[in-house]
Design a protein around this ligand. Structure first.
Ligand code: SF4
Length: 97
């Protein structure tokens, strides 16, 4: 997470989520049951979480932390996640590159 801070990643608070699920039930019903939802581990920015604090597990997307590597778009075992371009040039900002 410290690397997300160093990347100066920023998104407008009110913009729609740029990480689309084709079927919102798949992360819990399929991916969690079969693979322990690998999105929790392969995303380098910790965008995806499974929250079980209120009983039933819930899939959480913290899209504001996304560094736009597109790993989730490629690696999701159900091919259920689609990365789309965020609004307003949001994302990482590497000033020395
Ligand atoms: S594009 Fe990369 S950083 Fe963004 S949610 Fe997907 S895996 Fe995480």
């Amino acid at each position: 997470m410290s690397s997300v801070f160093l990347s100066n990643t920023n998104h407008e608070e009110s913009q729609p989520c740029h990480l689309k699920l084709k079927d919102a039930s798949i992360p819990i019903k399929v991916n969690l049951a079969r693979y322990d939802e690998p999105a929790q581990r392969y995303c380098p920015a910790g965008v995806y979480e499974v929250d079980s604090t209120e009983g039933e597990p819930k899939f959480v997307i913290n899209a504001q932390n996304c560094v736009h590597c597109k790993t989730c778009d490629i690696k999701d075992p159900s091919q259920n996640i689609t990365w789309v371009t965020p609004e307003g040039a949001g994302g990482p900002n590497y000033p020395n590159m």
